[in-house]
Ligand binder design. Structure first.
Ligand SMILES: Cc1cc2nc3c(=O)[nH]c(=O)nc-3n(C[C@H](O)[C@H](O)[C@H](O)COP(=O)(O)OP(=O)(O)OC[C@H]3O[C@@H](n4cnc5c(N)ncnc54)[C@H](O)[C@@H]3O)c2cc1C
Length: 218
């Protein structure tokens, strides 16, 4: 794992409120490791396309996967892409409509997507994605067979050029609005799993309970 700080590039320089940016690589990892889906942006035939998709992280590589027939993944291969991960943590209500905001943690990553062709790396990437979503699931289900692997594309995006931004805390009102008599505060937002719903007579395995009992963004 790289210990290099997140150095700003022309593309990742925050314009507004740069104090909400993070320079620490660990903060990038924290945002990625606590998310479930990313948004992958690719230019396809001269127009932008943004695709929500699952992902996983292995050190400084982000992996996404999909059907080998997926035109977005095909268009992304060998091209510059942008990937975002967003956590919404709270609705911030100020005294004035204008000062309403959201508490969040988010990451924006730029890089060239590499089509993973090496057999071992493909398996490792699929395992990383599976284990990221539900730890313990790779051992808890059948591994992909040759036919399934042939029908799967895996892309790797380097975590070299990225920015992280977050907001937390109460609303920030203008001094003259503080005595207007409007309610102000934060409504927290959390992503939670529900109780597992079995599709089998078998007992629910521990790794499923462990995942279901976990509050993702809390
Ligand atoms: C859930 C959520 C809701 C938001 N709602 C609004 C809204 O309604 N209106 C609004 O103006 N802004 C909103 N933002 C903030 C928005 O994402 C931008 O940060 C903001 O518009 C200022 O952009 P900028 O001028 O700093 O950067 P830009 O000049 O737009 O972008 C320059 C670079 O800064 C980096 N960057 C910018 N924003 C982020 C980010 N959020 N996370 C990581 N890197 C970033 C990227 O690398 C980007 O390439 C929201 C953010 C989140 C996560």
């Amino acid at each position: 794992v790289s210990t290099e700080p997140l150095s700003t590039t022309e593309r990742t320089r925050l314009g507004r409120k740069p104090q909400r940016g993070a320079a620490d690589r660990d903060e990038l990892y924290a945002v990625l490791d606590s998310g479930l889906i990313c948004h992958l942006a690719v230019v396809v035939n001269d127009y932008p396309r943004v695709l929500p998709t699952a992902y996983g992280r292995d050190d400084d590589t982000l992996y996404v996967h999909g059907s080998s027939g997926n035109s977005t993944l095909a268009a992304a291969s060998g091209r510059q892409v942008c990937v975002t991960v967003t956590h919404l943590d709270g609705m911030v209500c100020a005294r004035s409509v204008n000062n309403h905001s959201m508490n969040y943690r988010s990451a924006v990553i730029y890089g060239e997507a590499r089509l993973v062709t090496d057999g071992d790396e493909r398996i490792r990437a699929l395992r990383v994605i599976t284990e990221h979503l539900i730890p313990g699931r790779w051992e808890g289900a059948r591994e992909p067979n040759r036919k399934e692997l042939a029908a799967t594309s895996v892309l790797a995006v380097p975590l070299a050029e990225a920015s992280v931004k977050s907001r937390s805390g109460p609303p920030i009102d203008q001094e003259e609005d503080l005595t207007l008599g409007y309610w102000a505060g934060v409504i927290p937002v959390r992503t939670v799993f529900g109780a597992p719903e079995s599709d089998t007579e078998l007992p629910v395995p521990e790794h499923i309970y462990a995942r279901a009992g976990h509050t993702l963004s809390g």
